[in-house]
Write a protein that binds this ligand. Sequence first.
Ligand SMILES: Nc1ncnc2c1ncn2[C@@H]1O[C@H](COP(=O)(O)OP(=O)(O)O)[C@@H](O)[C@H]1O
Ligand SMILES: [Mg+2]
Length: 331
Amino acid sequence: MSNVPVSEAPGSDVLLDVRHLKMYFPVNTGFLKSTMLKAVDDVSFSIRRGETLGLVGESGCGKTTVGRTLLQLYKPTDGEVWFDGKKIEKGDSLREFRRRAQLVFQDPYSSLNPRMTVADIVAEPMDVHGLYKTQQERYEKITDLLARVGLSSEQSTRYAHEFSGGQRQRIGIARALASNPEFIVCDEPVSALDVSIQAQIINMLEELQQELKLTYLFIAHDLSVVKHISNRIAVMYLGHIVEMAEANELHHHPVHPYTQSLLSAVPIPDPDRAKASQRIILQGDVPSPLRVGPGCVFQGRCSRCTAKCKESVPELKEVSPGHFCACFQAE
Ligand SMILES: Nc1ncnc2c1ncn2[C@@H]1O[C@H](COP(=O)(O)OP(=O)(O)O)[C@@H](O)[C@H]1O
Ligand SMILES: [Mg+2]
């Protein structure tokens, strides 16, 4: 497909390629009436082997749905997912993909079964995919996984509810690693944790990436979280990617008005620079995805909106090498 925005040279080592992904949910709007909620509407991106792509945007813009749909936890309304050069479809390719691509959940309090021991939680993906021959091998793998995330084998017989939030997220990460995946969707893995714990978990995810040669889609609602861990960053607004670029480039030269406002909300540690910079305050809230009319999704909150923006949807276009933006004003 030629109109897929892939921000790297052809022939580079792409592991995951998401093409025109759509996820619409039917929702009831009254007696016997329903309408489609367009949670993800034509999203395309690719991730190179070993790369981290950050995915940011306000709550409700569709980040989790992108992650879950590309992992085939939802059946996409439309679009394709290619992994390691193969299109993911039903049958063997899907089963193999489920082993090689994993999810770390946002909330370690609700995502771990309180009635299961840590050992059984961590081993579940190995059980599902039959990844050991003997109970001894299973036990050794559990011990190894727990050690990787900084937990001891003695803790394996305890229950999830006995652990703190940070430790629970370590258990969730160990489980995600159990099937020897190459790709992990990290869905706001530190949002539910104390600020003091967040850096530990992020550093650990970075170390694991190096050791195990992992590729990440790293979701966050806050740009300051993804800034350091990401090679490239994609910015979402109401089901669409509105800008995508190298992390540094996006920080220093944001083009889309939405990205500019997100960045202006990030606190600047240097007081002189902070004074010189202008905060762009967004008017209004994110509209409901049920009430999206024609034209650009950002029109209602954009200070540069023109008549054209109300009529047609701007496509994600390359504005400088490797930098993509969906805004008529940027073209
Ligand atoms: N299973 C579902 N059924 C109906 N609507 C959903 C479902 N999951 C998410 N949504 C809606 O899709 C939109 C995007 O949600 P989500 O992907 O969770 O956003 P984010 O992760 O960015 O906060 C929201 O409006 C949400 O209410
Ligand atoms: Mg989410």
